[in-house]
Design a protein around this ligand. Structure first.
Ligand code: FAD
Length: 411
């Protein structure tokens, strides 16, 4: 990981025109970058926000551009949309595009994101079965909702639950199938999983945990039912598959750039192990301050942090202070904000009452918060994030008392 600072005049080529990339090009110009910037993306739309796709698809508020469309021309950023990068010559510093065009770079930034993990069962290619990653996917989902199709969501993760919440709020039927024994098993504490299962159940969503989908059946090419491992079936006019994402790392792998667990390995400055090549966003696996090993985070704050790291690396300026990883999700009237990483063996302290919709779950190790999962509780979230970062010790009993201020819990 030895990329030298390339400076303000460097020719920077960014592959992928998603959240990380659009953030990066804006920050580069803000920091006085004078060199050429080229953004190559295989989607047809200018970079847009993905969070509304699972939260606002019913309201038609889908096209939320990360930067105004005029921004790129005004800032002298060449945008090549609908173009896929297919190869990197790391020695000659040349990127090849699908049509055969080549683009030279001083610094190449890979921001290729991730794609939905396919469901490996027969029938997954039937019409009416889809995933949610792009604007096009969200438009399809919106159409299903308008047609009042019976929706089965496969996967009880954040995206699936957000979609189920919108669908139920509009009065349509939704069933969520989760293979694990609880919702959000990979990303949330058992306590938060239980609260969310209760909330979705109360809204009339049918939730089945321990439910493994083994097939999808249809007629005339159109989905009709989902088949579970126990032999039972569920009628469905539409199936949303939300079973995780796979990093788009093949471009890097084929160029010999170090990868791990499917993602591109970077350090805390966004450098890969190849000179002149950085990587940011969902496609990366990276060290997180205070945690062992490397992790792949899929969140807007993570993409933004790495965009800042890349600017500092390209310009040779001071790196940003490490951020505590955090994430948000909107389901019904719950504005969830989660910071830190939840793991087994932590002490959990509930502050507030989950039935009121305003609460925070703090997760402590030896009296120090390492994660906070909050709903409609901004002060608790902010305090928790600060404590995680500073390693502040708190008193669990005072923390659990909602009559006191969060800061009164500090010992
Ligand atoms: P992306 O935004 O995926 O962009 C990568 C781009 O690169 C894509 O356009 C891809 O097509 C393109 N690309 C890939 N390979 C090539 C190639 N070879 N050549 C050219 N282009 C290529 N995060 C939150 O923090 N909060 C939320 O509430 C939240 N909600 C979400 C809801 C949904 C429905 C989804 C899908 C994601 C959500 N996320 C949320 C996650 C967040 O959107 C991602 O973490 C973020 O988009 C990552 O940015 P990225 O630039 O790394 O990848």
């Amino acid at each position: 990981m030895s990329t030298e600072p390339a400076g303000l005049a460097a020719r920077v080529v960014v592959v992928g025109a998603g959240h990380a990339a659009a953030t990066l090009v804006g920050l580069l110009r803000q920091a006085g970058h004078t060199g050429e910037i080229v953004l190559v993306g295989d989607e047809l739309d200018h970079p847009y926000q993905r969070p509304p796709l699972s939260k606002k698809f019913a309201e038609g508020e889908l096209e939320q551009w990360i930067r105004p469309v005029e921004f790129y021309a005004e800032q002298g950023v060449t945008v090549r949309l609908g173009e896929r990068a297919t190869a990197i010559d790391v020695a000659a510093r040349v990127l090849t595009l699908q049509g055969g065009d080549t683009v030279d770079y001083d610094v190449l930034v890979l921001a290729t994101g991730a794609r939905p993990r396919p469901l490996p069962v027969p029938g997954a290619d039937l019409s009416g079965v889809g995933a949610l990653r792009t604007l096009g996917d969200a438009r399809v989902l919106r159409k299903w909702l308008d047609e009042e199709r019976r929706l089965v969501v496969v996967g009880g993760g954040y995206i699936g639950l957000e979609v189920a919440a919108v669908v139920r709020s509009r009065g349509s039927a939704a069933t969520v199938l989760e293979r694990e024994d609880r919702l959000l098993a990979r990303v949330a504490s058992p306590e938060l999983s239980a609260i969310m299962a209760e909330r979705h159940g109360a809204a009339g969503t049918e939730i089945r945990t321990g439910a493994q989908v083994v097939g999808i059946e249809g007629d005339a090419g159109q989905v009709r039912q989902v088949v579970l491992a126990d032999g039972s079936t569920l009628d469905a006019d539409a199936v949303l598959v939300g079973v995780g994402a796979i990093p788009n790392a093949s471009l890097a792998e084929e160029a010999g750039i170090g990868c791990e667990g499917g993602g591109i390995v970077v350090d805390e400055t966004a450098r890969t192990d190849v000179d002149g090549i950085l990587a940011i966003g969902d496609v990366t696996v990276r060290p997180i301050a205070g945690l062992p090993g490397r992790r792949r985070l899929e969140s807007i704050p993570s993409a933004t942090e790495q965009a800042k790291q890349a600017v500092a690396t390209i310009h040779g300026t001071a790196q940003p202070a490490p951020e505590v990883p955090w994430f948000w999700s909107d389901q019904f009237d719950l504005k969830l904000k989660i910071a830190g990483i939840v793991a087994p063996g932590q002490q959990t302290v509930l502050r507030g009452d989950s039935s009121t919709g305003r609460f925070a779950l703090f997760h402590l190790v030896d009296g120090v918060p390492v994660a906070v999962e909050s709903a409609n509780a901004a002060p608790e979230f902010m305090a928790g994030k600060k404590w995680i970062s500073a390693g502040t010790r708190v008193d669990p009993e005072r923390l659990a008392d909602p009559g006191s201020q969060p800061r009164d819990a500090v010992v």
